[in-house]
Design a protein around this ligand. Structure first.
Ligand code: SF4
Length: 441
């Protein structure tokens, strides 16, 4: 079976899809590979490749991590038309299967993938049993637990642009926590309308959020605790090696620092040699462990391993926008964090990486629906005053993306219901910048 997923073509693995393929292969005896489809690809060549692959295999195909791509949704539909059993897993499988609430009364809303998908699977792949493959028009829901299957065959990934190419994974992923602990932070935020609707009588609305308001992971997955240490060690042991060292890997945990020092010790105890650990984490984790970081970095240096803050969720340099994002941090927290990073860099040099020119790509969301002259000036002033352009600011910011299943999706639908305005849809994403205002006064 092929599991199709979005891929950028960069040398990283795709943990979720590769784990699922490994589960199908090892536990259900279904030979499986993952094909990461790059943004630009030849559809004709892909269909020819699929035809050829399925000469010897049962015609069932899975999709994971669509990344909002309409071309992947179209591929699901095309394969369904050709008689394949189509399976949808990965993030937002349930919401994407059902579509947006109220799509009957609001036909412009995303109508879901029920007509294209035979079997949707919400949760980890280990919920699958062989008899599920014979079912159709069904959503399977399997809970996330700390006991999920965690073996990964890192050699099962291919990418497709003009042809299927074996993908040499140079950056792996190791699961240290199931979901995000911050997703448990329930808050209500008062959100003004997008700037261009400000003068049009659209009200400020209260929106409930768990974790960051724009996050599609928090609602989809929640938080189910840390992965036990021996299972983290087993994942590291399963990573490929280059020149006797494990390939760099991302430690998946928004709060990794509480366990990182101990993890380094146990890795050493097991005789494994690391090259580089990438951390994708929150500002409050760095601030909360600023005094522990020198000791952690000493341990890494002693093992000749590097620690890289590959992506820190700054997201904005305006207190007002941070509050709208429910980010749980202030500009003051961000500046304290940046000061810590710069100090550690002076002390640990090449063993500690966090700068843009060292490969880091920190979170910075812009444009947003609430950008106005005041927030733009405030941000530009802070970026200049604190020299954030030197090391922190990413090459490109990320526009605010509203997946229809996120809390901001609720916000948009409430604006639509209370005003009659309709925002554009682009596949599973909502175009907050594209309101149709025919019903406005
Ligand atoms: S954006 Fe990051 S920190 Fe915020 S809820 Fe999502 S995963 Fe957690």
């Amino acid at each position: 079976m092929i599991i199709f997923t979005h891929h950028t073509g960069e040398p990283h693995g795709i943990l979720g899809a590769q784990l699922a393929a490994t589960f199908f292969q090892r536990k259900l005896s279904i030979p499986s590979i993952v094909i990461g489809i790059e943004r630009s690809f030849s559809k004709d060549r892909l269909l020819a490749f699929i035809d050829d692959y399925y000469k010897k295999e049962e015609r069932r195909v899975a999709f994971s991590h669509l990344c909002g791509r309409k071309d992947l949704i179209e591929l699901i539909r095309a394969l369904k038309r050709e008689g394949f059993v189509t399976i949808l897993g990965g993030p937002q499988a349930k919401q994407d299967y059902h579509g947006e609430p109220g799509n009957d009364s609001h036909p412009h809303r995303f109508r879901g993938l029920k007509s294209a998908v035979d079997l949707a699977c919400q949760g980890p792949a280990d919920g699958f049993r062989p008899d599920h493959f014979g079912m159709s028009d069904i959503l399977l829901e399997h809970p996330w637990t700390k006991e999920i299957f965690l073996e990964v065959d890192w050699s099962n990934l291919y990418t497709f642009s003009e042809s299927a190419k074996k993908h040499e994974v140079r950056l792996g992923q190791v699961l240290n926590a199931i979901g995000c602990p911050y997703a448990g932070r329930v808050q209500t935020v008062s959100l003004p309308p997008p700037v261009e609707l400000r003068e049009r009588g659209v009200p400020v609305l209260n929106v409930r959020s768990e974790g960051c308001v724009f996050c599609d992971v928090s609602r989809d997955k929640g938080f189910h605790g840390p992965v036990e240490r021996d299972r983290v060690i087993a994942q590291i042991a399963g990573l490929p090696e280059i020149d006797g060292r494990k390939i760099p890997f991302e430690l998946i945990d928004e709060y990794p620092l509480r366990s990182l020092g101990q993890l380094l010790e146990e890795v050493k105890h097991h005789g494994m040699r690391l090259s580089q650990i990438h951390l994708v984490c929150r500002v409050d984790d760095i601030n909360g462990h600023a005094s522990d970081l020198p000791e952690i970095l000493e341990k890494a240096r002693a093992q000749e391993a590097k620690i890289m803050f590959a992506s820190i969720g700054f997201e904005s340099f305006s207190d007002r926008l941070l509050q709208y994002f429910c980010k749980g941090i202030t500009l003051g927290d961000i500046l304290k964090c940046v000061e810590t990073l710069r100090r550690l860099k002076d002390r640990f040099g090449n063993h500690f990486l966090y700068r843009r020119d060292e490969g880091a790509n920190h979170g910075f969301i812009r444009p947003t629906p609430w950008d106005d002259g005041e927030t733009m000036r405030e941000m530009d002033r802070n970026i200049f005053l604190h020299r954030l352009f030197e090391d922190i600011l990413p090459r490109h910011s990320t526009p605010l993306i509203i997946h229809h299943g996120s809390f901001l999706g609720d916000w948009i639908r409430e604006i639509e219901s209370t005003t009659g305005i309709a925002f554009g849809r682009d596949g599973t994403w909502i175009e907050w910048w594209n309101p149709s205002d025919s019903s406005l006064p």
